[in-house]
Ligand binder design. Structure first.
Ligand code: AFP
Length: 358
């Protein structure tokens, strides 16, 4: 595969040459890429296109919708619902799955997506993204919600687009994680970052530290040690980033390593985390694993989580292998009651959490 010259279509034909339905999966990913180009044009136009600002309504998550949330959602639906490749679609912006309209053929795939991740950043011109996951649905009848509730290990393709200074598409079909850059002059995605690998070590972590008082002790232990730097047990200084756009954090980690954490916290006892399993954690988790990293809830592999709800939230800890392994060890030690000597004075048994199995 010749970086700088291989187009997305050529790449997919080559990567899927031995796959069941390779032509249809490649065609679906090309349709997703077409929607990404449309979203890229809108995000790049910003205020000039009237694309900024929020709408009155809220989505199924109870979050206020930005104009671009809805426009990105519509771009993906319109690019993918007519081609006879999907049996149905699920979106962060829809409470229930989207049924393929009468008159259109259905195909063997389910497309699940967050149309615009990081949308709280749209009006301040910070990178945002689209995240998508492809599952199979081989039954003849139209899919029900339960047909979407497949663990991340059942994905057949996953990817994200990042609308930054450059628009990039990063995807996997199970044979590594590969990056494509949009050449706007010819309107094509060109392979620029083949076989991305996440360095196993890092000195950079990403977490929203305004939630410190809500964290579980093992997360607090890990972050406190990073902040102690050379003077502490880690023996080296760490750097911190928080862009509030998961796609942008993950892209940085794929480019140079790092660890991203949106752990379970006690801010809202009804929510085991902020990020959604089906269309954020699972696709991103597979991309990270395919690039040699780890993706965990802190207590189990993200891709092994059995979905119970289309919009279910999970704790997310992912990135450089050695750091994620350390954080998982801290969770095990906490749950086994073996980490008491490491507690920060801020934390003790009477406070926020009782050890709970995942
Ligand atoms: P939005 O799409 O509502 O902006 O949420 C983005 C996100 O799901 C994820 O991309 C960020 O990492 C995380 O939320 C930021 O959460 P905080 O605003 O709590 O830092």
């Amino acid at each position: 595969m010749q970086p700088g010259r291989t187009t997305l279509s050529k790449f997919l034909i080559q990567q899927l040459s031995d796959a069941q339905d390779q032509g249809r999966l490649a065609a679906l990913l090309v349709d997703v890429a077409a929607a990404v180009k449309a979203i890229s044009a809108m995000t790049a136009k910003g205020a000039l296109g009237g694309f900024l600002g929020a709408l009155e309504q809220t989505n199924v998550q109870g979050e206020q919708q930005k104009k671009l949330d809805v426009l990105a959602h519509e771009a993906l639906i319109h690019a993918c619902d007519w081609g006879g490749l999907v049996a149905g679609m699920a979106s962060e912006e829809l409470a229930a799955p989207y049924g393929i309209p009468e008159g259109y053929d259905r195909g063997p795939y389910l497309l699940v997506f967050d149309p615009l991740d990081g949308s709280s950043n749209t009006d301040v011109n910070v990178s945002v993204g689209t995240i998508f996951s492809v599952l199979r649905h081989d039954a003849a009848q139209a899919p029900q919600t339960a047909d979407y509730l497949q663990p991340g290990t059942r994905q057949v393709a996953a990817g994200y687009a990042i609308y930054g200074p450059a628009t990039m598409l990063v995807l996997t079909v199970g044979k590594g994680t590969h990056g494509f850059t949009l050449d706007r002059e010819i309107g094509n995605f060109i392979l620029t970052h083949p076989d991305l690998r996440i360095p196993e070590q890092t000195s950079e972590f990403a977490i929203n530290t305004s939630n410190t008082r809500f964290w579980e002790p093992p997360v607090h232990r890990y972050v406190t040690e990073c902040q102690a730097g050379k003077a502490g047990v880690r023996g080296r200084d760490f750097n911190m980033r928080w862009i509030a756009s998961m796609v942008a954090e993950v892209h940085r980690i794929l480019m140079r390593g790092g660890v991203f954490m949106y752990p379970r916290d006690s801010k809202d006892a009804t929510r085991p985390g902020r990020l959604r399993l089906m269309y954020e954690a699972n696709p991103i988790g597979w991309l990270v694993e395919q690039a040699g990293g780890l993706a965990s809830t802190g207590r189990q592999r993200l891709l092994a989580v059995g979905p119970e709800d289309l919009h279910q939230r999970v704790p997310v800890i992912l990135g450089s292998r050695e750091e994620v392994e350390r954080i998982e060890r801290y969770h095990r030690e906490h749950d086994a009651g073996a980490d008491r000597p490491f507690y920060s004075p801020l934390f003790n048994e009477r406070s926020l959490f009782r050890a709970q199995a995942a």
